[in-house]
Design a protein around this ligand. Sequence first.
Ligand code: ATP
Length: 327
Amino acid sequence: MTDNIKSIGVFTSGGDAPGMNAAVRAVVRTAIYYGKKVYGIHRGYEGMIDGEIEEMTSGSVSGIIHRGGTILKTARSPRFMTQEGRAEAYQQLKKHDINGIVALGGDGTFKGALQFNSEFDIPFIGIPCTIDNDLFGTDFTIGYDTAINTAMEAIDKIRDTAAAHNRLFFVEVMGRDAGFIAMRAGISTGAEAILIPESKLSIDQLIDKLEKGWERQKTSCIVVVAEGDEEGGAFQVAEKVKQRFNYYDTRVSVIGHIQRGGNPSCQDRVLASRLGFAAVEALMQGRRNEMVGVLHRDLSYTPFEKAAKHHLEVSPYLMMLQEILST
Ligand code: ATP
């Protein structure tokens, strides 16, 4: 297939995730290696509409592989949800002769790309960037590994203080729709219980578990709660438990936005480098409307329809394993 790509645009969109910079760097350097022009589009679809587009050089992405956040900034764009907004974005891309786009983001970003593509003829390739790891079509998303390590380190510290005071801690981690962060952070820290949207552990069952731990004279207890659990966040769950189980001194800790920031882990940097490289090559191969990912160690290409429609859920195997190991 002939390579028709002359100029590539790259942008970051939706929630930020550590490793986005490493992916932008890989896109820019790969495009330059293949003799393409490459443009950075600032603030996601919002900047695309406003023409915040500038040519990038190899030097533009120096010294960023280890930095969290995104040098291109990110934004949510209600205007891109409208036909007028997308038409404006198209005009801006045409102005720069951009005829291939690499989009870094999550399922919303890919839905936007699909909509745009049904109206205008510029191919998009997506790179999965979200700390939640819930995208269909890739074993891991960029940012997830860093986020779980941040959560794990925080919970290790909480465990130290919990054990010193014989305390029960409810620790809230990110994950509105998915419990991947909670599950890995919980397993890796030996949490006594994990509450995630995918499992229906009731307050009764949780109290039962905590009572068993108390009988075995555990000196501390950690309950990891994903923010989207059906019983509520850590504060709500702690309140419900305290009314009926008050043997331990109880505390709540919400880890919060530190899970989004920080230097990306080795795994995220390498994944980002691989996928940035693959995204440019995919455009050159004439691919469009697909997300590049890694499945069973190999590169994979998943149509945006599928990546946006299907949500991954924590495996029942991991839930069972956690259950057994925490008793
Ligand atoms: P995260 O998983 O971190 O939330 P995301 O990519 O899913 O990342 P969203 O805010 O859902 O983040 O989507 C990013 C942007 O994509 C939106 O602000 C909007 O501009 C655009 N977008 C999402 N869905 C559509 C759609 N159906 N049509 C047009 N644009 C869309």
